[in-house]
Structure formats: C-alpha cells, structure tokens
Design a protein around this ligand. Sequence first.
Ligand code: G
Ligand code: G
Ligand code: MN
Ligand code: NA
Length: 254
Amino acid sequence: SALELDFARAVATGEIQAYLQAQCTADGRIVGAEALMRWRHSKRGYVSPAEFIPMAERSGLIVPAGEQIAAIVCKALHAWEDDPVLSQLTVSVNVSSAQLYSGASTTKLLGTVHEAETPPASLKFELTESMFVEDFEAVRSKMEQIRGQGIRMALDDFGTGFSSLAYLKLLPLDQIKVDQSFVRDLPGDASAAKIAATIVHLGEDLGLEVVAEGVENHAQLQALQAMGCRIFQGFLFSRPVPIEEFEALARSGK
Ligand code: G
Ligand code: G
Ligand code: MN
Ligand code: NA
C-alpha cells in the first residue's frame, strides 16, 4: 500500500520519532518514561499510531522501525548519564514479537545498546503476553539473554490476553503494567476494580514493580493508590512528548 511504502521511506530516512511519556509517583515525581513511536508524514502530517503500528506489524517494518526507536532511546540514556536528575530515570521501549522471534534482531538490539554505551539498568523492554502464545520457551530464553545484559523487562497490557499466571513465575520480569482497559472504568466499575487490585497484589507478591497505565483523573489515581499501586502513567501526569520536552519536564522536578 501507499502508506506502507511511505513508512518504509520514513524508516529509511529517519523520519520516525520517539516520544516519551512520563511514569510518575502519585505526587507527580517522574521516575521513568515509556518511548512511543511517532510518525510525521512529509505531506499528510502526523499519522496516528493506531493506523501505522498495525501496518508496520503486518509488513515486518516494525523490526527496523523498532530498532530505530531503541537506538534513539539508547543514545538519550547515554547522554543523560552525567545528569543528576535524568540519570536516575528508566526508559521502556516496546519490543514487538517479530523483533524477538528473529534471533538476528535480538542480537542487533543488544548491539545497539552496547554501541550507544547505554547504561543497561536504565533501559527496559516491554513485551506483551500475546508473544508467549506461539513459542513460550523461545521468548523466555530471549528474555534471559536480554536480562543477562542487565536490561530490565516489563510485561505490557497485562491481563488482556491469554495470560497464564504460571507464566509469570517462569519469566525474568521486573515490572508488570496494568492495562488501561482496567483503569478506564475505575473507581465505579466493580469488576474492573477487582481485576486491577488482583494485578497490583499479584505484582506485589511476586516482587514486581507495578505501573498503572491510562490514568486520566484523580479518582482513578486514588483507587489505584488504595490498591497499593505506586507508579502511574497517563494523561493526568503527561502526554507523550518529544524527548527535549520530556527532559525539560523531568528537570523542572514536576
Ligand atoms: O502510542 P499509542 O500512542 O497510540 O500507541 C499505539 C500502540 O502502538 C500501542 O499498543 C503501543 O504499544 C504501540 N507502540 C507504540 N510505540 C511502539 C514501538 O516503538 N514499538 C512497538 N512495537 N509498538 C509501539
Ligand atoms: O500498548 P501500550 O500500552 O504500549 O500503549 C500505550 C498507549 O496508551 C499509547 O497509545 C499512549 O498514547 C496511550 N495512552 C497513554 N496514556 C493514556 C491515557 O491516559 N489515556 C488514554 N486513553 N490513552 C493513553
Ligand atoms: Mn507499552
Ligand atoms: Na499497555
């Protein structure tokens, strides 16, 4: 398709951008960020990720595009090393299954981290549970390989796929993310509240950090806090913003 050709060109010319969305404690202190891919088309302007991410996944272009996002983030993390505020932050990069299933691209990803002299503990890779359906053992061993380099691992969209709780125990994870579909209907919806609380408690019991996504208002924040959740991501705190803007935000101490 035309969109696919344009995207391929955008990847080749470095038109793909990484925006950062803050992850905060309840009082608004920034502890990290998630990198989100953005594309500003030279003629059509800003293209929605809801449109180009599925196309990129289908076409396989998510592999080079994802590598670019990782490279941009790795460079930034290296540049932040001497900054008293920014060096304390962790940045998550979304990794798609295509990137993990091809052995070469995992190696490339780790090469990127190494080349940029990224402090590995500042970097986190986000996987989704749908990745484990095809070949659990293959993904688990890739995760071990990545974590062996000191990079952290997060499980995104937790509870939305066919998750087996037994999986959680077997995977080398540092963080799970409460999906925004459970956060959206808080505090009124009793079943959303039950599910969110269960995920928070499960994370706690397994010694994992828990991040709630899609936090848009104070009522949601308060409900999640009461469940024991400590880290939040969502429009209540910040939208995804360009890296320079995020740096200013973090330095301003908000
Ligand atoms: O970013 P939201 O801003 O609209 O992103 C839409 C979807 O695209 C989400 O499911 C998100 O996880 C995914 N996404 C965003 N950036 C990236 C990326 O760099 N790599 C991959 N694989 N997925 C991404
Ligand atoms: O699938 P993943 O969790 O990586 O995707 C994150 C998506 O959630 C991105 O599309 C991002 O723009 C979006 N997002 C982040 N914060 C909020 C929020 O507070 N509300 C809503 N509706 N979407 C959000
Ligand atoms: Mn994510
Ligand atoms: Na998510």
